[in-house]
Design a protein around this ligand. Structure first.
Ligand code: MG
Length: 158
């Protein structure tokens, strides 16, 4: 059985926060506002995995009202989610993602992000890919006020 999942997330960019993407901290003057570390890419990936398997969504599993997850490392949340799904027999075929932000540039960090996600998911970097886009100066992304991530995954269960 093959299942496709789709996830999307957006966080505001503000001063005084770290910019964490796919578990990798990128030096930048602003960072993602959020209850956890605000890692928009991991949040999109988690929702894609949960969507593919019909397992709910990130807000239901890790409620913002629950202080357990305040300032949580999203990489840890991904690990918890994938341990559960892997235990149910799911295998990752591939994950593909787009991150949209005006700055910082994502491309220089792509390989480190792929390796980091691939380590937590147990796939290695091969089945995980990532592109960076800008907002072309339009909307909140283009004005540097927000960062967005979209992720799709294909999972298999035999
Ligand atoms: Mg989020």
């Amino acid at each position: 059985m093959l299942r496709i999942g789709l996830g999307r997330d957006l966080h505001r960019l503000v001063e005084g926060r770290r910019f964490v993407l796919g578990g990798v901290e990128i030096p930048f003057e602003k960072g993602e506002l959020g209850h956890s570390d605000g890692d928009v890419l991991i949040h999109a990936v988690i929702d894609a995995l949960l969507g593919a398997t019909g397992s709910g969504d990130i807000g239901a599993l890790f409620p913002p009202a629950d202080d357990t997850w305040k300032d949580a490392a999203s990489l840890e949340l991904l690990s918890i989610v994938w341990e559960k799904l892997r235990g149910e027999g799911w295998i990752i075929v591939n994950i593909d993602c787009v991150v949209s932000c005006e700055r910082p540039a994502v491309l220089p960090h792509r390989e480190k992000i792929r390796e980091t996600l691939g380590r937590v998911l147990g796939t290695g970097p091969g089945p995980i890919f990532l592109k960076g886009k800008t907002g072309e100066g339009s909307d909140a992304i283009g004005r540097g006020e927000a960062v967005e991530a979209v992720a799709v995954c294909l999972l298999e269960r035999r």
